[in-house]
Ligand binder design. Structure first.
Ligand code: COA
Length: 148
């Protein structure tokens, strides 16, 4: 098996939306990804592929020295093999190369799996955003990491 990274582009929008359907309760649509690629100059989406199949991705908005992770996902059949960790490490590595010093994200308070991943990569707990997720009014935990 050979895994490789590449930056996503407009042609990947449908596949990314299909993975969102598999792993998120409020998935981003194909149009949402198209809009990111076409109109958001700050957005970067990193793909992890195995033999040409997208098995995971992670997105970040990079604005000067600040990064905001928008989403990270690994296809269910591929989870638990340290691919999410590999994606996040690469995303952060590339962000540092582009001058990013601090990265933040929001995660559902119930999503311990993702929180463990972020903690493993030195993210700290920040504030709680009350009722942040509209589908079930769940709180978001803000997490951040200093990369300087
Ligand atoms: C969160 C997600 C990206 C993690 O990717 P993954 O490839 O499954 O995770 P990895 O195998 O890279 O695991 C890395 C670390 O995450 C944590 N983790 C992974 N699976 C876990 C589990 N089942 N229970 C608890 N912690 C877990 C651990 O800290 C793990 O490190 P360790 O194995 O050394 O203990 C993936 O599970 C996913 O796509 N989930 C659905 C989408 C999602 O919730 N995204 C995050 C939104 S904020």
């Amino acid at each position: 098996m050979s895994f490789s990274f590449r930056e996503a582009d407009l042609a990947d929008a449908a596949q990314l939306a299909a993975i969102e359907q598999l792993v998120f309760t409020t998935p981003w649509t194909e149009e949402a990804f198209q809009s990111e690629f076409q109109t958001n100059q700050y957005a970067h989406y990193l793909l992890l592929e195995q033999d040409g199949e997208i098995v995971g991705y992670a997105g970040i908005w990079r604005v000067l020295d600040e990064g905001h992770i928008t989403n990270i996902a690994v296809k269910p059949d591929y989870q638990g093999q340290h691919l999410g960790e590999a994606l996040l490490r690469e995303l952060l590595h590339e962000a540092v190369e582009e001058g990013v010093l601090r990265v933040t994200l929001e995660v559902r308070v119930s999503n311990k799996k993702a929180q463990n991943l972020y903690r493993k990569l030195n993210f700290q707990n920040g504030a709680l955003r009350r009722r942040y997720y509209p589908d079930n009014a769940e709180d978001a935990l803000v997490m951040w990491v200093d990369l300087s």
